[in-house]
Every structure is written in structure tokens, then in C-alpha cells.
Design a protein around this ligand. Structure first.
Ligand code: ZN
Length: 492
């Protein structure tokens, strides 16, 4: 038997320490260390009686390596994010999938839809028509609140809606709803017993922050409880080969509560984002043991739940056909999919000694670098202007390929002249003002053309940002009386 030892774990950041201290040495939180029982690993280096480690032959590796069968969640964009190949996308048996996001963003609605699909069609890949039981562990809401949501989703079935017709909520067949089981228990050990007796084909835990085990003294939502309960649930999911969804709320700082500890336990971490005011939601895979990370799904929130958006450009590209000052179209790769987005910039004279640089969906440092490039190589007096740059639709991206679009949008706003319609910019901007090529340029180009873009500005068309600006009439045109001042003072 392995020996038991105890460690002190910071409840704020999850860091372990061999002995207690008043302050965490990692995150500097006070009184955050809590003792936890830990199985002692055999000390390395000591001579001990060991059994030989198991070996497997290459054919066995090949057999294990073969992809597991997947089954659809009923929502094509969610299937895409969960991963798979070609037409076989979706969940894998025994996979533990965490869906994180701000409270109220729609995680529960999405998973309710998944539950409804699963009771109707089952989740057993070989017996697609078999109805499986679904266990919904409702720690956040009462079953009657969930029932209300379910009837809202189902009742709107008759309403005519846009979107993927295959995904329209269908009235479940007679008797099927009896397979949708609820429990409001937040005691993880009791929930696990329920899973073992009911053997559902899908489990949804809403949310992991409400789960506790009496083996720990911490309150629900503490790091210790989150980790321990998630570990126990993961174990039972693997044991019974049941796919399991965990809902996880993010903190105000935008991190998944239970910092990082969950990421190591679960198979997939999906993050749901979107602006409250917008009907659009973006689901991104941050970690995915069964698929590509950075894969993105786009949904539209409707009165009866989520609909997959197959063609996100219509939401992200409001101004592609109208010449608009301060707007540029870019093409980013999100996972395997090229996405066209609108970048907007607003450039106004600053009243401040330190002009403002504000970015939404874009890194601030990126804006600063591009502003410096424009100032140096295109003689734009941006040091006396406030700069606001945002990606339309609430999208967040770190892709270098949006650089050129940002530069063009800024130049367009400053010069007060729009880019021609149906123009897309694809390129990174270097510190020397050069346009650099980006990865997967062919696929981006194809997508841009598919969506009607006629002018593509890239390294192929222009070697420098300054050259592109001149061609499209976006270069800085100082007012006559400012010419001397601008040339003398600003740019040497
Ligand atoms: Zn700490």
C-alpha cells in the first residue's frame, strides 16, 4: 500500500507546499493554505522490490490508437468544437468535457439541448435509435426552472426559424422524456452512486462549483472541492464509459474558477464567450484530448435555444459591401476554419498627454506596435490621437494576420476615407513596416473570395503597409498649415 502524506494546498491558486505558511508563496494570498491528504509516491532512487512495467506490442498500440466512435450532440457547431474527422464529429464515450463561461451566457441552455437530443437519439454509437437515459445534476437551478427552459425549447418547435433545419428543436417522442432524470443533490458521492445505479448514457453536472464531498472541509467552489469532485466524477465517467459534461463558471477576472486545476483533470475545456447584448456566442476549445484545440463554434442565441451559425461572416461582416470609414475586413484561422471578421478603428485627437490606446478583442501591444509603424513609415501623427480598435461581434483573436487590417482601419479613420467595398486584408505587419505572409494563406484567400471579396491586400499585392495606404488613398494628408510642423517636429 502506498503511504499517505499530507500537503498544504493553496485554495486560491492550487499550489502545493510541504508545510503550512500564513501566505502562499505562489499567489501571495493570505491564509489560503489547506491541508489535504495525498498518496505518497514511492521515493525515487531507493532500492525497492519492483514488478516489471507492462509492455504492449506495436499492433496493440495501433489498436488502442484507433479513434473512438463519436456521437453527435445534435448541434453541429458543438460537434465541430468537440472534434473528430469528416462526418464523424462529436462526443467520445467516457470523455469529460468542461464548458466554461460567465454566468448567464447560455451554458445550461446549450447542455439542455444536448440532453434533449440524447434522450431522443441515445448516445450509443452502434445503436443510434436506442434511447439512453440522461442524468442532469442541477446544483444551480431547481428542476422546475429547467423544465421551464425545456418546454420553451420544445414549444417553439412549431415556429418558423432560420438556421440549420436539422437542428430545430423537435418535440420528443412519446415517453422519451421519462429518460431525462434530474437530481438536485450536490453531494458528489451520492451523485456518483446515482450514476452507478442508473447507468445513464450522458451526465451533465451543472455546475462543478456546487459539488462537494464530505471528505473535505472546504466549502463548495473552493479549489480543493472542485478538484476532488471533478476527479471523482472523471473516474466514474471513465469506468462506465459515459460522456460527462461539467459546467464551470468563470470568475470576474475571466478565469475558470478553480484556477487551472480542472484543466488537468478533464479531457476537453471549452470556453463560451459572447457579449450579453449580442445574440452571438462563440465556443472555443482550449484543451481537447480528442480533437484540435482552437477550434471554434459559432452559435446564435434564439428564444428556443442555440442554433449553429454555419456562415458566421454574415454576423461578423456587416460593412463588407458598404464603404465605411474605420472598417477593414480580415481573415483569421480559428482551428481548421478560416473566418472573416470586421476590424473597426476610431482615431480622434487626444486631450491627454498620454493618448489612449484601447483594444477590444485585440491585444493592446499589437495596437501600440502598429500605431508606431504607421507613425514612423507613413508619417501619421498618432502620438496626439486616441486610438480605439475592436473586432466586431465580440470576437477575441491573437492572430498576427489581423495586423494589416488594423493598420488599414486606423489609417482609414485618420484619413477619413474608407477602403473600397469587398476588400479583405490578410497579412502580418513587421516592425520595418513590411507586410509579411501568414500561414495557410491559400485557405484564407479561398474563403475571402467565396464570401465575395474582390480586392485582397496582402504581401502578394504590396510589400509595405505604406504602399498599400497610398494605393487606397489612406495616407496621411496633413492640412496645409500643418505640413511644416509635422515634418519638423514629429518624425526624425
Ligand atoms: Zn496561492
Amino acid at each position: 500500500m502506498a503511504k499517505l502524506k499530507s500537503v498544504f494546498v493553496c485554495q486560491q491558486c492550487g499550489q502545493e507546499f510541504p508545510r503550512w505558511a500564513g501566505q502562499c508563496g505562489n499567489c501571495s494570498a493570505w491564509n489560503s493554505l489547506v491541508e489535504e491528504v495525498k498518496e505518497k509516491e514511492p521515493t525515487a532512487g531507493l532500492q525497492r522490490q519492483a514488478t516489471p512495467s507492462e509492455v504492449i506490442t506495436f499492433p496493440e498500440v495501433e489498436r488502442v490508437r484507433r479513434p473512438k466512435a463519436r456521437f453527435s450532440t445534435g448541434i453541429s457547431e458543438l460537434d465541430r468544437v468537440l472534434g473528430g474527422q469528416n462526418n464523424e464529429l462529436g462526443m467520445v464515450a467516457g470523455a469529460v468535457m468542461l464548458i466554461g463561461g460567465e454566468p448567464g451566457i447560455g451554458k445550461s441552455t446549450l447542455l439542455t439541448q444536448v440532453a434533449l437530443h440524447a434522450v431522443e437519439y441515445g448516445t450509443a454509437p452502434l445503436t443510434k435509435k436506442a434511447t439512453g437515459r440522461v442524468l442532469y445534476v442541477a446544483g444551480e437551478e431547481s428542476p422546475s426552472q429547467i423544465a421551464l427552459r425545456i418546454s420553451r425549447i420544445i414549444d417553439s418547435e412549431s415556429k418558423k426559424t432560420k438556421g440549420n433545419p436539422a437542428e430545430k428543436a423537435k418535440k420528443p417522442s412519446q415517453g422519451v422524456m421519462e429518460h431525462l432524470l434530474f437530481t438536485t443533490s450536490t453531494d458528489v458521492d451520492r451523485v456518483i452512486q446515482t450514476i452507478k445505479t442508473e447507468k445513464p448514457s450522458l451526465v451533465i453536472i451543472d455546475s462543478i462549483q456546487t459539488m462537494t464531498t464530505t471528505d473535505l472541509t472546504g466549502t463548495a467552489g473552493s479549489v480543493g472541492q472542485i478538484r476532488e469532485t471533478a476527479e471523482r466524477l472523471t473516474q466514474v465517467a471513465k469506468e462506465l464509459d459515459i460522456p460527462l459534461f461539467l459546467v464551470g463558471h468563470v470568475t470576474k477576472e475571466g478565469e475558470l474558477a478553480g484556477p487551472k486545476v480542472l484543466e488537468h483533470i478533464v479531457d476537453s475545456v471549452l470556453e463560451m464567450r459572447g457579449e450579453r447584448t449580442s445574440e452571438l456566442r462563440i465556443l472555443r476549445a482550449i484543451k481537447n484530448r480528442f480533437g484540435a484545440t482552437d477550434e471554434v463554434g459559432v452559435f446564435k442565441m434564439t428564444e428556443f435555444g442555440f442554433i449553429s451559425v454555419d456562415n458566421p461572416a454574415e454576423y461578423f461582416l456587416e460593412h463588407r459591401n458598404i464603404p465605411t470609414v474605420g472598417s477593414a475586413t480580415v481573415c483569421v484561422m480559428e482551428g481548421t476554419r478560416p473566418l472573416l471578421l470586421e476590424v473597426q478603428a476610431l482615431v480622434v485627437p487626444s486631450q491627454l498627454a498620454m493618448p489612449r490606446r484601447v483594444g477590444r478583442g485585440v491585444d493592446l501591444s499589437k495596437i501600440q506596435i502598429i500605431a508606431a509603424v504607421l507613425q514612423k513609415y507613413s508619417r501619421m501623427p498618432l502620438s496626439s490621437y486616441d486610438l480605439f480598435v475592436s473586432v466586431a461581434g465580440g470576437f477575441v483573436t491573437k492572430e498576427p494576420s489581423i495586423d494589416l487590417g488594423i493598420a488599414l482601419a486606423i489609417a482609414s479613420s485618420l484619413s477619413n476615407s474608407p477602403l473600397p467595398p469587398q476588400t479583405a486584408a490578410i497579412g502580418e505587419v513587421g516592425l520595418l513596416g513590411e507586410i509579411r505572409s501568414v500561414t495557410l494563406a491559400e485557405r484564407r484567400l479561398k474563403e475571402a473570395k467565396r464570401l465575395g471579396m474582390k480586392n485582397i491586400i496582402s504581401k502578394q499585392s504590396h510589400s509595405t503597409v505604406a504602399a498599400a495606404l497610398i494605393q487606397f488613398g489612406l495616407q496621411y494628408k496633413p492640412k496645409k498649415r500643418n505640413v511644416l510642423v509635422a515634418e519638423d517636429e514629429d518624425f526624425d
